[in-house]
Design a protein around this ligand. Structure first.
Ligand SMILES: CC(C)(COP(=O)(O)OP(=O)(O)OC[C@H]1O[C@@H](n2cnc3c(N)ncnc32)[C@H](O)[C@@H]1OP(=O)(O)O)[C@@H](O)C(=O)NCCC(=O)NCCS
Length: 217
């Protein structure tokens, strides 16, 4: 019986996400605030792939922040669009919201890798693209996670952050996240040269870099 509830929760959640991601861009617009700042985070939907300016913007932000990702590669609007469709729209448990304030896009925040048993998911792709409005990133993460609790019935969140990304670790600590474990990373050769990857479970060597796994308390 309990498993039937879990399966129901999973299929209802995935159906809901699918519907939202194929809706009109702007329909899922979550109101957020930060002291006296009012702004929105807007779910990126499948139709955004047809907006080359938006794809170019996402690509520029990715390139400017490539050090915080596992892999680095030449960026083009075509490649970003392909990533957007294959790795975001087509992935059933992944969502990305763009932060908009005063008609300007500032960065993005996302949700990925749902654990339907625990009713948790990872916060994903947290990225400040523009320098304006200090404080807005933390408020955007809070706005998204509050929305997930209300609308997707999530009970908690986890995240992975690179061990040398000290400012992001501090950022998450201020939001109430705490380290729960570490995943060693190893370098492997990828399509565009060496990239970092999670080490296999039985890896026993020294790791130069880790993913720090954090959880909201
Ligand atoms: C991680 C990241 C999103 C954090 O962004 P951020 O700009 O530090 O976050 P916020 O917008 O919430 O701003 C927080 C800062 O603004 C300050 N701030 C908040 N409100 C403020 C206000 N009204 N006036 C002035 N400063 C303010 C905070 O004190 C904090 O500063 P501090 O870090 O010196 O303590 C950003 O560094 C980033 O995009 N990094 C690259 C990508 C990345 O690493 N992502 C995480 C991968 S896991």
């Amino acid at each position: 019986m309990e498993n039937a509830f879990k399966d129901d929760f999973k299929s209802l959640t995935l159906t809901k996400i699918q519907k939202l991601k194929h809706g009109r861009f702007g329909r899922t617009s979550i109101k957020c605030s930060c002291s006296d700042l009012r702004f929105v985070i807007i779910l990126l939907t499948s139709e955004c792939a047809k907006n080359p300016d938006l794809m170019e913007l996402l690509g520029r932000w990715r390139k400017e922040n490539e050090a915080y990702y596992l892999s680095q590669f030449p960026i083009s609007t075509e490649r970003t669009t392909k990533w957007f469709i294959d790795k975001l729209v087509e992935v059933p448990d992944r969502m990305l919201f763009i932060i908009e304030i005063s008609g300007k896009y500032i960065g993005h925040v996302g949700l990925f890798r749902f654990n339907f048993d625990k009713r948790t998911c990872e916060i994903d792709n947290i990225l400040r693209g523009e320098k304006d409005f200090p404080g807005i990133m933390g408020c955007a993460v809070r706005g998204m996670t509050d929305w997930g609790r209300r609308n997707l019935k999530l009970r908690g969140y986890t995240l992975k952050v690179l061990s040398d990304n000290l400012s992001a670790i501090r950022f998450y600590q201020k939001l109430g996240y705490e380290e729960v474990s570490r995943i060693p990373l190893i370098q492997v050769s990828g399509r565009d040269g060496l990239e970092w990857s999670e080490a296999p479970q039985d890896y026993e060597g020294e790791a130069a870099r880790y993913y720090i796994v954090m959880e909201s308390g």
